[in-house]
Design a protein around this ligand. Structure first.
Ligand code: NAD
Length: 293
């Protein structure tokens, strides 16, 4: 008891990790940001600066807040640099082996009281927790993309997560200015259990020739009042992440209705991962995204 979160470690400086570091630093936490290379950490920091500058231009934050928040983020070139953190949030690639390996290397470095969280979109919290030395201090803290804009964080308990840990995480999320919901530890939790099968179905609709990329996205924007089409959203999430989530649903729930669309598999095999690689269902290399089918 009396445990206070002051320093937050974030593993993965990709779109989610840099977003998490962004909101933590703005909320006044000291942040240590880790990735596989100094270059990736620097890229993450540059993105944070760009996104905070946009917030300054929109008068959402003062420039002094941007400067102070950036000064609170320290690059952590290896996991040893996370030794002083009170909570570490893992936001690396959506791959169970990658995450397990990180926890194996990380746990011996941490203080015994440090909380461990994962931002996984779909993988079992109980199973990930079991690969650590502290399943009772392990929690799913699932931020939404883009983190600085989206209000929700899904909180997911593993079977061993204790009440104190869960409570601390709830308060932490509240201090970040987010609203939390609680999801049980089932594959893909709530948001992605519902969202990803819809995106996968949109890809089947494209695959079967029911409509073009533009027709499908326009139909869902204007016909279902979605703020963006499902294929545009898939590109935004990252097609590798979409495929991993569908595989977790397919295997975890053992139901053929979650079978990943072969076209999604092919795009990922081609390295067409959406916005992060400049090509997915749209081509992002020009001024305006161009549908590719
Ligand atoms: N993209 C989304 O919309 C979204 C939303 C919520 C949650 N998530 C989850 O967040 C996590 C990250 O997703 P993302 O979209 O940021 O992916 P991303 O590809 O943008 O970033 C992943 C980062 O992890 C880094 N990484 C990989 N292995 C690592 C290791 N061993 N040590 C340190 N860093 C490592 C990569 O270098 C990369 O920078 C995934 O678990 C994903 O499911 C994604």
């Amino acid at each position: 008891m009396g445990f206070d979160i002051k320093r937050v470690g974030v593993i993965g400086a990709g779109q989610m990790g840099n977003g998490i570091a962004h909101v933590c630093a703005l909320a006044g936490y000291d942040v240590s940001l880790n990735d596989m290379s100094t270059e990736r950490i620097q890229l993450g920091l540059a993105t944070i600066n760009g996104n905070m500058t946009r917030q300054v231009n929109k008068a959402l934050i003062a420039d002094a807040d941007r400067v102070a928040a950036l000064a609170r983020i320290t690059p952590a070139v290896n996991l040893d640099a996370l030794a002083e953190c009170d909570i570490v949030i893992e936001a690396a690639t959506e791959n169970e082996q990658v995450k397990r390996k990180i926890f194996q290397q990380l746990c011996p470095v941490l203080k015994p009281e440090t909380l461990l969280a994962t931002n996984t979109s779909s993988i079992s919290i109980t199973r990930l927790a079991a690969s650590t030395d502290r399943p009772e201090k392990f929690v799913g803290v699932h931020f939404m993309n883009p983190v600085p804009l989206m209000q929700l964080v899904e909180l997911v308990r593993g079977i061993a997560t204790d009440d104190h840990t869960f409570d601390l995480c709830k308060k932490f999320v509240l201090r970040l200015g987010k609203i939390s919901t609680v999801a049980e530890d089932f594959p893909a939790f709530i948001v992605n259990r519902i969202l990803l099968p819809m995106i996968n179905e949109a890809i089947y609709t494209l695959y079967e020739g029911v409509g073009s990329v533009d027709a499908i996205d326009t139909a869902m924007r204007l016909g279902a009042n979605h703020p963006m089409g499902p294929l545009q959203l898939a590109d935004f999430i990252g097609l590798d992440t979409c495929l991993s989530i569908m595989q977790v649903l397919y295997e975890g729930l053992a139901d053929s209705k979650y079978r990943p669309c072969p076209l999604l598999v092919k795009y990922v095999e081609a390295g067409w991962l959406g916005r992060k690689t400049q090509r997915g269902f749209y081509d992002y290399r020009g001024e305006k995204p161009i549908p590719t089918r």
